[in-house]
Design a protein around this ligand. Structure first.
Ligand code: BGC
Length: 819
């Protein structure tokens, strides 16, 4: 028997609730993605428990790092793909009138259009509430209320409470609650021609006692064993009957409903895989865990408590609708990368644990994620960097195979760190499979190096920086030094045959070889990596430096080359502004008006042009920020210093003209694009910044990339918007042990506050208003924090607040000195 408890109310305070009214099949996939519940270990889409996968519904449960590879044949070629595996579905729970009457249909919104239907996500508590009213042909009304959680405290548990109320009838209901191992990776229509059956050896059974059923299976090639157990109980008592169908196991319950009365069915589920530490076998662990799990009310209590702690750790108070969206973004970020992630060997999946797009792969998107996490969950950042460090050897092999020194990290990474980018991709517009050269985006290495450095600045974690951090940085620097070739004519080093962040340009028009030359972003970041690697090597304690030189067979002469390359890499220019790559300025101008008129949405201009028999390679048209990425990574003074070091003068006017130029030539075919523009423009073109900021905020909730959110959220852009208010608009920069600030608030985002964790200080409060920024260091026995803005700096002791007036209205002051 489960304990009888009053319904758990969903939080209805406006800033914490996210609701969808009515049933709309066309919206279902989007809602499933935005209503995902997860805990960093696994996540489950917000699919309706009574609906199986079909054209409308796409239930999915994904465990972080649980990949499997399959071979397929497309366009006459054999291709191999590694996917984040859709695990057995734990949600199934369906109901119908009568008892064991096969003629009685199961009730779903598709068979019985609901009289009322509502989904409500309670962000504060991490609960998804669903309410639906059904009616059948005989006029019987049944209302269903479900509450769902994926436990944030115990990452192996999930639970679903279902309250069924017979509004105007009395009689029998049949309820079937089960586990479904027949699932496949069918969530992305574009991948339908690829093999997608990852689970094999599905076995089911029932545990002693008759309320718990189990399912075990394994992935076909990675041989990850999965164990799942579900305990289903009815508040009115009565035994469940277990039934098995191929790949399924179900508990059947037959409650008798009285008019106006509610019966409650609770389902508690445990999930383990053979990747888990401290277990004997996944099935035993799952059965044991579900057997020991408390009742639903207690699960909700402990789950809420875990969420409360998370919200405290990354408190963000932004007023209005922006604040509500940011909270949703934070919710999904933390559900993908939570403190539980710190124990896992996983990277940052570009689409969260929310869907199957990009196959759960890890790209450079961590560049938009780790700087935010560093100031809240540094142990999670460290784990994500460890994921890269464990695959350093694989990146060394990749470099070796390409005839290079150092480490060449893959553009797309999965289980073992080999290159997972596909060799062919489908243009859904033309239905042609095309060669995919995205693996030439070697700039991913610089993103990893940048994150190592930022992590070190934010945390002061010398132990990591002097060991794994230094090893990663050194091998990436080595790769760049080797990839750079000396060009006599230019008297500069060049990096040839790459693809930049823009992605559209993967070759010169008509060229036989893929790749473009002298991508400004690639070269400037490579120069930065080389310079930082030299800095880090210099700062190492002597014994450690010696060890590192010995272990990596680093010769002192190499450092001379690094220094030289870091100062003499080529940055191309045309018309007095930075060229995205050599020859960009000579490409044809696109008739943007014509394409907008003809197609409306031209974000995926590459697909449009290819379908027309043309190629985007011919045009000055970028998918996303490329040169402008430099303004995302580096503050204006740092960018100027970098260019000076490279022997170029980059003044404010040149940068501004460069920004203007690309602003008119970018189609924003990635959610990352509006984010980067929102970051760069407040300091260059303030009046236009909000448009991009708004677009970055709306990216997923409004599904701006045309149907892609339903295949998983865009985690980089979500985290990026959080970092936009944390570091972008405040100019907050942890550097040299101090916090630097350089605010550039927007009228629409000028008054907010947040908490960060900085070098052992928990809950450092940052408050931005139109007049000033205030930093409060909470009382503790730790050292003061040095805070700097412009030429002024002040040391803020625990328990003190400093006020930094904006608009050059005087020096910094601590509370008590300032008016
Ligand atoms: C973007 C890449 C990004 C990837 C995964 C692509 O559309 O162009 O920059 O890394 O999506 O999010």
């Amino acid at each position: 028997m489960v304990e009888v408890t009053p319904p758990v109310p969903a939080d209805s305070s406006p800033g914490w609730a996210w609701s969808y009214e009515g049933y709309d099949p066309a919206q279902e996939r989007l809602r499933e993605s935005l209503c995902v519940l997860g805990n960093g270990y696994f996540a489950t889409r917000g699919a309706l428990p009574e609906c199986a996968a079909d054209a409308v519904h796409s239930p999915g449960t994904y465990a972080a790092g649980c990949y499997n590879r399959l071979e397929s044949e497309v366009a006459g070629q054999r291709v191999e793909n590694e996917d984040l595996v859709n695990l057995p579905n734990w949600l199934p729970l369906r109901f119908r009138f009568g008892a064991c009457d096969p003629a009685s249909p199961w009730l779903t919104p598709d068979t019985h259009p609901p009289l009322e239907h509502r989904l409500k996500l309670d962000l504060r508590a991490g609960l998804l509430e669903r309410t639906t009213r059904f009616a059948d042909d005989e006029g019987r009304h049944l209302s269903v209320r479900q509450l769902r959680l994926v436990h944030m405290g115990d990452p192996h548990l999930a639970a679903l409470r279902t309250e069924l109320t017979a509004e105007d009838w009395s009689g029998q209901l049949e309820v079937e609650s089960g586990l479904d191992g027949t699932v496949a990776n069918t969530g992305v229509a574009r991948y339908q021609q690829l093999a997608h059956q990852h689970l094999t050896h599905v076995h089911t059974g029932e545990a002693p006692g008759n309320d718990t059923v189990w399912l075990r299976c394994r992935t076909s090639t990675s041989d990850i064993r999965v164990g799942m157990a579900a305990r289903t109980t009815l508040d009115s008592g009565g035994d469940a009957v277990t039934a098995h169908r191929p790949g399924h196991v179900v508990s059947l319950l037959r409650p008798h409903l009285e008019r106006g009365r509610t019966v409650t069915v609770d389902k508690c589920v445990a999930l383990h895989t053979s990747r888990d530490p401290a277990i004997s076998d996944p099935l035993h662990a799952a059965i044991d865990r579900v057997g020991r799990a408390p009742g639903f009310a207690e699960l909700v209590r402990s789950h809420r408590a875990a969420w409360e702690q998370l919200w405290r750790t990354c408190d963000l108070e932004v007023p209005g609708e922006s604040g509500r969206i940011l909270r949703l973004h934070l919710f999904h970020l933390v559900q993908t990368l939570s403190p539980h992630t710190a124990d896992l060997d996983v990277g940052v999946p570009a689409r969260g644990l929310h869907g199957e797009a990009y196959r759960g792969h890890v790209f450079w998107d961590e560049l938009f994620v780790l700087p935010f996490l560093n100031l809240h969950f540094p142990e999670v950042s460290r784990a994500l960097l460890n994921y890269r460090h464990r695959r350093l050897e694989q990146a060394r092999f990749a470099a070796l195979d390409a005839g290079r020194a150092g480490a060449m990290y893959p553009w797309q990474s999965g289980s073992d760190g080999r290159e997972e980018a596909q060799r062919l991709h489908l243009n859904p517009r033309s239905e042609r499979w095309l060669p995919d050269h995205s693996r030439l985006q070697h700039h991913v290495g610089s993103a990893i190096a940048y994150n190592v450095w930022q992590y070190g600045e934010a945390t002061g974690d010398a132990e990591f920086m002097h060991t794994k951090g230094a090893e990663i940085l050194l091998q990436i620097a080595r790769f760049w030094a080797d990839a750079a070739t000396w060009d006599e004519a230019h008297q500069r080093y060049r990096i040839l045959g790459v693809v930049g962040p823009d992605e559209y340009h993967d070759a010169y028009p008509g060229a036989a070889r893929p790749g473009i030359d002298d991508n400004a972003y690639t070269n400037v970041t490579a120069a930065w990596v080389l310079a930082r690697a030299l800095d880090l090597l210099c700062s190492l304690p002597e014994p450690r430096r010696r060890d590192l030189f010995e272990r990596t067979e680093l010769a002192t002469e190499e450092l001379g080359v690094w220094e030289d390359v870091s100062r003499r890499l080529l940055v191309p220019w045309h018309r007095g502004l930075i060229s995205q790559f050599a020859g960009y300025g000579e490409l044809a101008e696109l008739d943007w008006g014509h394409y907008r008129g003809a197609y409306g949405d031209i974000r995926r201009l590459d697909r449009i042009l290819e379908a027309e028999g043309d190629t985007v390679n011919r045009y000055q048209a970028s998918k996303q920020a490329d040169v402008l990425m430099l303004g995302y990574l580096f503050s204006p003074p740092e960018l100027h210093r970098l260019f000076r070091r490279l022997g170029y003068a980059l003044d404010d006017t040149t940068w501004q003209r460069t920004v203007d130029y690309y602003l008119g030539r970018t189609s924003h075919g990635s959610t990352l694009s509006s984010l980067v523009h929102a970051w760069v423009l407040p300091r260059v073109r303030r009046s236009e910044a909000w448009r991009y900021c708004h677009e970055a905020l709306a990216g997923d909730i409004a599904d701006l990339q045309g149907g892609t959110t339903g295949e998983g959220v865009h985690l980089g852009a979500m985290a990026g918007t959080l970092d936009l208010v944390q570091r972008g608009l405040t100019g907050l920069e942890p550097r040299g042990g101090a916090l630097r600030l350089d605010p550039a608030p927007l009228p629409e985002l000028s008054r907010y506050e947040l908490s960060i964790r900085f070098r052992g200080h928990w809950g450092v409060r940052v408050r931005l208003t139109t007049d000033d920024v205030r930093i409060t260091v909470p009382a503790s026995d730790r050292e003061p924090i040095d805070v700097a803005m412009g030429d002024h700096s002040v040391s803020v002791a625990p328990g003190e607040t400093c006020r930094l007036p904006l608009g050059g209205r005087g020096p910094l002051s601590r509370r008590g000195w300032a008016p």
